[in-house]
Design a protein around this ligand. Structure first.
Ligand code: GKR
Ligand code: MG
Length: 421
């Protein structure tokens, strides 16, 4: 029997409501964008991927989508070749915008990722195996996630308050954490910092420790602190946090902090591509790398990253951006097939109120997701919701993630100073 071939690829930008979550570069816009990639085969199957949806990224996705026809979904090398060829013909190498937090030099990995995931989904459908098995086999049947806490306003200015309410004090954050823990069962918590002066963020972490003495806690100011401030925070929170994530920017800065503390340092900012690993390892800049298949070029390259971190004795965790269920399914399969991923994965999932996959497959219990056992990713698109979220994209007017620009419409004097403290 001849192998099935890619017959058609559809890229659909979607928008979903997002609360005013604060971070070092500003605040989330009222709408978060994603793109859903559907790869169809001549055998009648469809594989799914999910990725960023900034306009420049969408243009690249469309260019690649138009060039994938005829490829065997098992031929991942051919898929990557097409991405490299198509992007090589394009001008401008930057990836998606990441709200101004990351400087991604090449678009190849970010563009490759959703097509690779969709092809691996197809491989699962072709073979009747879940993606976790296609990736080499499950080492866990359920994947723990951490509750992701954010400082936030009660609502977007000019819009009604959202159901989470304001969180700007330790008490309000503890209430938010209770909602995450009581409602979702999360067994660890991460606070997005870089918003308030570090001493106030330490107060919040200590309040969380008092309220949840058994839960591992993380604090991530996205490089918002100087080296000295990072060391001071590490000294105050030693024994309280399981790791500090990106306290200060850059490999050099992280290495300077690392040399002065025993608190483990994690990153999804200074090690964001293979080329950063040798320097970070040589400088002992970080002890934990957060993988992210959207950024690192897909599921297989994330497994490659896992092999490198294992070889060099680094810990492995998983990063998240605002996302929907197709991404959550892919993250869950990847985590299930990653033996050294021993930290609970990040997810923004509780913050969204809509999804475009049919309900039932991904449901949190004790802060964890059972790994889907059906073929492929195990999730199916809800076509009505896909249509609705696409309509929202067309109508919302947001065309790229711009936390700072949006923040300045509310606080015109807002300064982006990545080491603000
Ligand atoms: O959603 O505001 C946010 C986060 O700050 C996100 O953009 C980060 O990429 O969650 C991420 C992180 O761990 O740095
Ligand atoms: Mg981070």
């Amino acid at each position: 029997m001849s192998p099935s071939r890619i017959s058609r690829v559809v890229v659909t930008p979607v928008a979903f409501a997002d609360p005013p979550l604060l971070n070092v570069v500003g605040v989330h816009q009222p709408w978060a964008l994603r793109a859903i990639v559907e790869v169809h085969t001549d055998s009648g199957l469809v594989g799914l991927g999910e990725t960023y949806a900034d306009e420049a990224h969408l243009a690249r996705l469309s260019a690649v989508a138009a060039s994938l026809g005829g490829i065997d979904p098992f031929d991942l090398a051919a898929v990557r070749r097409v991405v490299v060829d198509v992007l090589g013909r394009e001008t401008g190498g930057a990836g998606a915008s990441f709200g101004g937090m990351l400087d991604v030099k090449s678009a190849v990995d970010t563009v490759h990722s959703p097509f690779e995931v969709a092809c691996i989904d197809l491989q699962g459908h072709e073979t009747g195996r879940p993606v976790s098995e296609v990736l080499g086999g499950r080492v866990r049947d359920s994947v723990p996630f951490s509750g992701y806490l954010f400082y936030k306003w009660a609502g977007h200015p000019g819009l009604p308050d959202d159901e989470w309410g304001e969180a700007l004090t330790p008490e309000q954050l503890v209430a938010q954490a209770h909602r995450m823990v009581d409602g979702w069962g999360f067994g660890s918590l991460k606070l997005k910092g870089g918003v308030l002066p570090p001493s106030e963020e330490c107060d919040a972490i200590e309040a969380l420790r008092d309220a949840f003495p058994d839960l591992p806690l993380r604090l991530d100011p996205n490089g918002g602190w100087t080296v000295d401030t990072s060391v001071a925070v590490a000294s105050r929170l030693s024994g309280v946090v399981e790791y500090l994530e990106d306290p200060t920017p850059g490999i050099e800065g992280m290495a300077a902090v690392s040399a002065r503390t025993d608190v483990p340092l994690a990153t999804n900012m200074c090690v964001i591509a293979m080329e950063h690993l040798p320097l970070a390892i040589a400088a002992d800049a970080v002890q934990i790398v957060l993988s992210d298949h959207h950024l690192w070029g897909g599921l297989r390259r994330s497994q490659l990253l896992a092999g490198i971190t294992e070889t060099w004795g680094l810990g492995l965790s998983m990063h998240s951006n605002s996302h929907l269920g197709v991404s959550l399914a892919a993250m869950t399969h990847l985590a299930a097939a990653s033996p050294t991923l021993t930290y609970a994965c990040d997810t923004h999932y509780p913050w969204k109120t809509q999804d475009l996959i049919k309900p039932g497959v991904l449901s949190f219990s004790d802060g964890a997701l059972s790994v889907p056992t059906g073929p492929g990713l195990g999730v199916e698109l809800d076509r009505d919701m896909l249509g609705l979220l696409h309509e929202q994209y067309l109508e919302c007017g947001v065309r790229r993630r711009e936390d700072t620009v949006y923040m300045r419409t509310i606080q015109p004097d807002f300064e982006v100073n990545t080491t603000r403290w």
